[in-house]
Design a protein around this ligand. Structure first.
Ligand code: NAD
Length: 511
């Protein structure tokens, strides 16, 4: 059986490829007839359809993962590392293939797709270093003749649920560490761009991963709920919007699971009067419009101090005029949005801006496009003087819309950022080291950039926001990632010695 079968297209007139689940090392159709559309957003057409798993289909995947667990857990560290190194080599040598899948289903431009893969690859490299992160601890002779040591052991079957905006990188934040530490995985990628996950699972098999260690089930809430409720699934790693992250955290913890649940964002960039305004304008444009603003670490609100706000807005809008929007395969700067519905929702914020008294500096609703007329296009948009009461400011728009909010100085800017319900990323642009240092101490956000607009930590530091951008306290990858996918066991050991023995019912003390 191949990865894809054919099925009637959305219109029912032609046949479209059907993206299958990947269970126990092979494509699987499952028993559900439900499917969803997978668009090519640059063309605006359904290019394939994807299976939506039933609860029973998820059971089959979890059972496959559970069957694979004992042998994978018991595989030596050396063996697991060898497979991981081979996966790393294969992935590094085939990035173009994966980038093409990302561009075709998500729409992001090729250069950005390659960047996404590079950041995912970093985590695979981190996973190769698993032995150094999971060594455990040893204390000799804590009491006479007694040693105490702690081990980190895998959890078992772990679930991963990922969003549409990074169809390769976000799954790669989790499954390499989960697998390196001896767990087996059921991954439920976004139904909007599902093919990358299956491609990665197939590649891992080619690298020597035993069947059943990495399974992929596609679908919607039915599949997610089946994972959240399945008694065999020990943990859930989720990335997506805040309302769903909150739901995942509440439901999975209520079912006794370990959970990491990363949510949405509204990232601010504070520009002080002493900043290099050219650098700040470049950064705002790159971080605001890269991936058409569909990044959880995108800058969506520039907080400009009054003294330099006019000049900064002018520099930003001048740069925006140089951006090209179009088909991701044609060397444009920015691709389409993920669906027509999402594109229309994003465009609707321009009406809101008008009603709320903001001033639209650049209107991206009718962009000049290097691409097909039916693509889900929205050009770069800049809205100045956005009131903080406006939904344009408050909502995570998740599109190429950059708001400018003006403040009278550092204090007002900091208060604004700290009042946000989100706390994923933020940045300060300044040449004043003292101001930057104060900002890093005082801001209530999990990832902070100092003259760096998208402060996504490298793989060996953990990733995660504060407030409504992360539920619970478990961050992704880095040292916290290894902690998440392992459970600690402490062993107190005494080898028989003739001096030991005798009765003592008191609580153990040391001598
Ligand atoms: P989403 O919340 O709609 O979907 C995420 C996942 O949850 C998908 O797999 C989806 O199938 C599933 N899902 C959707 N609705 C569900 C429901 N009602 N019940 C159960 N499961 C459900 O998010 P999205 O639109 O795919 O991704 C964009 C969002 O993800 C943005 O809010 C973005 O900020 C966020 N995001 C956050 C980070 C981060 O690190 N904090 C990273 C990437 C994306």
């Amino acid at each position: 059986m191949t990865d894809t079968q054919t099925a009637p297209s959305a219109e029912g007139t032609e046949t479209a490829e059907l993206v299958e689940h990947w269970i126990d090392g092979a494509p699987a159709s499952g028993d559900s007839d439900r499917t969803g559309p997978v668009y090519n957003p640059a063309l605006g057409v359904v290019q394939r359809r994807v299976r939506f798993a039933s609860t029973e289909d998820v059971d089959v995947a979890v059972e496959a993962a559970a069957r694979a667990f004992p042998a994978w857990r018991d595989a030596s560290i050396a063996k697991r590392q060898q497979v991981m190194f081979r996966f790393r080599e294969l992935l590094a040598s085939r990035t173009d293939e994966l980038a093409a899948i990302l561009t075709a289903e998500h729409g992001k431009v090729t250069a950005d797709a390659l960047g996404e893969i590079a950041r995912g690859l970093e985590v695979v490299e981190l996973a190769c270093a698993m032995p150094a992160y999971t060594k455990g601890e040893y204390s000799e002779n804590v009491s006479t003749g007694i040693d105490v040591y702690s081990l980190r052991q895998p959890l078992g079957v772990v679930g991963i649920i990922s969003p549409f905006n990074f169809p390769a990188m976000v799954p790669l934040w989790f499954f390499p560490l989960a697998i390196a530490t001896g767990n087996t995985v059921v991954l439920k990628p976004s139904e909007k761009d599902p093919s990358a996950a299956v491609w990665l699972a197939r590649l891992f098999q080619e690298a020597g991963l035993p069947d059943g260690v990495l399974n992929v089930v596609h679908g919607d809430k039915v599949a997610v709920d089946a994972l959240l409720e399945h008694p065999t699934v020990r943990s859930i790693s989720f990335v997506g919007s805040t309302p769903i992250a909150r739901y995942i955290y509440a439901t999975a913890t209520a079912n006794g699971k370990r959970v990491q649940a990363l949510g949405g964002a509204k990232n601010h960039m504070l520009v002080l009067p002493d900043a290099d305004l050219d650098l700040a304008a470049d950064a705002a444009v790159n971080a605001g419009f890269g991936s058409a603003g569909e990044r959880c670490m995108a800058i969506s609100a520039v907080v400009a101090v009054d003294a330099i706000a006019d000049e900064l807005v002018e520099k930003i809008s001048e740069r925006m005029g140089r951006l090209t929007t179009g088909d991701g395969t044609r060397g444009c700067d920015m691709g389409p949005l993920i669906t027509r519905e999402h594109r229309d929702k994003v465009a609707g914020y321009l009406d809101v801006a008008g009603e709320d008294g903001a001033s639209v500096v650049v209107d991206g609703r009718d962009p000049e496009v290097d691409g097909a007329p039916d693509g889900f296009w929205m050009g770069p948009t800049l809205i100045d003087k956005v009131p903080t009461s406006s939904a344009v400011y408050r909502d995570e728009i998740f599109g190429p819309v950059l708001s400018v909010v003006r403040v009278d100085g550092y204090e007002e800017g900091l208060d604004l950022i700290n009042a946000s319900r989100y706390g994923n990323g933020t940045a300060i642009f300044t040449n004043d080291g003292g101001a930057a240092r104060r900002f890093q101490r005082e801001v209530t956000v999990g990832m902070v950039g100092i003259n760096v607009p998208i402060p996504v930590p490298v793989a060996y530091h953990s990733f995660g926001g504060w407030k409504d951008s992360l539920f619970g306290d478990a961050k992704a990858y880095g040292p916290r990632g290894f902690d998440f996918f392992t459970q600690e066991k402490a062993i107190t050991s005494r080898w028989l010695d003739p001096s030991h023995g005798g009765l003592n019912l008191g609580f153990p003390q040391h001598d």
